[in-house]
Design a protein around this ligand. Structure first.
Ligand SMILES: Cc1cc2nc3c(=O)[nH]c(=O)nc-3n(C[C@H](O)[C@H](O)[C@H](O)COP(=O)(O)O)c2cc1C
Length: 178
């Protein structure tokens, strides 16, 4: 079955929220949990809208929904950790996608260099300071300056595609991080 076969005529013409979610779901991505710590407690939410923006200076971007209750609390701290999830962390992805719950229950984590929670077992951790925010419809585009990086060579990624999870195994040697 081709992709076109799965779309209704309306999906091809009208960028409704449902069509946006369904068609953009064909852009396979990794998944991360973005965390922050306000000095009293940790906060976090699952996020896939992460992009490398600039190498010099080192910027990343991500897009929290305007409805996110965790993002305002994390933004107030000024610093984040982007925890890129490994392929055995699907349950963590789901846990951090449930608003209004105790997201850190049973989660093993420690505070990173900037104080934000670094989740044990993550594929990579990217620490960054929030620099710019741009309103964009029902989401916000956040640009943050990277302050520390870490990746784990022996782990594979958790992937998100068409609303489901999958994996990918690479034989390529892992890049060294500073
Ligand atoms: C695979 C996946 C990707 C997601 N990507 C995003 C995202 O890019 N931005 C976002 O705001 N929410 C995203 N979500 C939804 C949030 O995780 C969810 O709405 C959030 O946990 C709300 O909790 P909060 O109210 O504590 O912020 C994603 C959820 C899943 C399962």
């Amino acid at each position: 079955m081709t992709v076109r076969d799965t779309l209704s005529g309306d999906d091809r013409l009208v960028p409704s929220p449902a069509a946006m979610r369904r068609v953009l779901g064909h852009f396979c991505t990794g998944v991360a949990v973005i965390t922050g710590h306000d000095g009293q407690q940790p906060h976090g939410f699952t996020c896939q809208s992460i992009t490398s923006v600039s190498l010099e200076p080192p910027y990343i971007s991500f897009c929290p929904a305007a409805s996110s209750t965790s993002w305002p609390l994390i933004r107030n701290t000024g610093a984040v950790c982007v925890n890129v999830l490994a392929n055995d962390q699907g349950s963590i992805c789901t846990q951090f996608a449930r608003s209004g719950t105790d997201k850190f229950s049973e989660i093993r984590w420690h505070r990173g260099h900037n104080g934000s929670p670094a989740l044990d077992g993550a594929l990579a951790c990217i620490e960054a300071d929030v620099e710019f925010e741009h309103a964009a419809g029902d989401h916000t585009i956040v640009v943050a300056r990277v302050t520390a990086l870490e990746a784990h060579a022996a782990r594979d990624p958790l992937l998100f595609f068409r609303g489901g999870f999958g994996g990918f195994h690479s034989d390529a040697p892992a890049a060294k991080t500073p």
